[in-house]
Structures are given as C-alpha cells and as structure tokens.
Design a protein around this ligand. Sequence first.
Ligand code: XIL
Length: 299
Amino acid sequence: ADTLGAAAAQSGRYFGAAVVPNLLGDASYSSTLNREFNSLVAENAMKWDATEPNRNQFTFGGGDQIVNYAASRGMSVRGHTLVWHAQYPGWVENLSGNDLRQAMVGHINGVAGHWKGKIHSWDVVNEAFEENGSRRQSIFQQRLGNGYIEDAFRAARTADPNAKLCYNDYNTDGVNAKSTGIYNMVVDFRNRGVPIDCVGMQSHLGSNSNLSSYEANLRRFSDLGVDVQITELDVGGSGSGQANVYRQVTQACMAVTRCTGITTWGITDRYSWRAQDTPLLFDTNYQKKQAYQAVLDTL
Ligand code: XIL
C-alpha cells in the first residue's frame, strides 16, 4: 500500500489525524487528509467548552462538520473528549457536589447522545492521573471523589452503547508510575464490571524519548482484555531521529494485536499545536517527511 490509511487497513487497523473544522475546506489540507487517513478526531471541536458553552445549550456545529466529512468518505471518528480538567466552560467551575455530577452526566448524555452510533471510540475521561500514579486533583476529583471516572464511563455506555469507551492520557509511553496507576484502575474496572473498552496512549514524544518499554506497556493493557490505541502521536525533531521514534511506536502497535489504530495529532507541521517542534509526518508545505516513510514502511 502507498498511503498510511491503506497500509494500516492491511492489518485491520486505522490511521487517523486530528483535524480542525475550518481547514476541511482548504484544498492542500483536505487532499492530504483524504489521500492518507481513514480516521478523524476533533482537535478541539468536541471538547466541553466547544459543545456546551452554557449549561444545557449544546453547540455541535464544528463536531458535526467533522462527523459528516468522515461519513461521506468512509472514515471512522474518534470522540475527544467528554471529561477533562482543561477546556471546560466557566459555568462548570462554580458547581459543587451533586450539581457538578449532574452536569457531568448531562454533558455526557448530550454530547455522546448527539453522535450516538457515529463514534468509533470515545475518550470518556482524559488526563486524570498524575505522573506519580495518583489521581490528578481536578475539580472533578476534588468535588466528586474517586467515583467520578466510573460514573462517566457508565453514563457514556448508556448514551452510546456501541462506542468503544477509552481512558486517555499522556506520558504513558512505557511501564512507569503513571501508566501503572491507570493499569490498576483498569484492573479494578474490569473486576467490578465498570464499562471500559480501551486505553489511549497520547504519545506526545520527542526524538530522545525512551521507548524501551513502550510495547510491553501496550501489551500489559491488552492482556487485560482492553484495546489500546495511539491517540495523539507527534514527535518533536526532524530527520532520522524523529523517524526512528515514529518507527518504534508503529512497530510496537503492529506487534500488539489489540493495538487497533494510530492517530497523529494533526496532519502538517504548519498547523500543529507544537509547530515549532515540527512534530508531524508532513512538513509545512505538505511534503512527506522521513518519518512518513518510516511509518509507511512499518505498517
Ligand atoms: C490541544 C490542542 O491541540 C490545542 O489546539 C489546544 O489549544 C489545546 O489542546 N492532550 C489532549 C489534547 O488531550 O486535547 C490537547 O490538544 C493536547 C494534549
């Protein structure tokens, strides 16, 4: 195969990109997207601040653009993200106790319900752990306690029963304290029947990232019976150093049957959130980088 999406599809995997609705009409952007990728995720358009700026008033325009774009081209869509300590609207800040819990469940019902049946996998909860493996002290953790994550997963299952429900985080690029905290949560959820289907490894990396236990980490999660996905891959750097890290991540996913797909956090360095790190597979002029060839050869 000579595109990322077609190469990934040979083993039943997807290859996706994070996208911005406003750029879908840009010819260079969309031609690269259409040629190379078969899965989309909204870089920002499905976050809480974008979808429920006022309580119970939902705005789905940007997300709908992405979902419709994907549907008309046979691409799958990852949902990102329902509960996160960042990019939530100001009105959430002032809630406490039961009211915050009701708002969280209301948000999940509204958003996951709106796109019911159209989302391949939802990042139900994003970035809820600290580097040391303890819970991040977000407003959800502080005001709702440990149970908020399972409450969110149960609400998401009810709202969209066919979506795979993922927990998603960064700096989980090996067997470390943070990934072990998440691992222990997944063990507990599986033991108690809390619905969880997948774990997303964001994988915001650099050319010097140590990936010696990256594959072992994917494997220990998959051994629990959940899928793993590489959800926000980007690698700062250039040339062979960058290409080698991309190759290692792709190799690790290919080696683990339950690693079902890879998403890069954008298409082109031109619009990357880390633009100065030139972390993506296409340069600012949409030319394929060395890292692109490394990924394509490894899929
Ligand atoms: C980033 C977006 O790329 C930026 O455009 C935005 O300003 C901030 O959020 N982890 C995540 C993503 O889960 O949602 C973040 O996306 C990057 C880090």
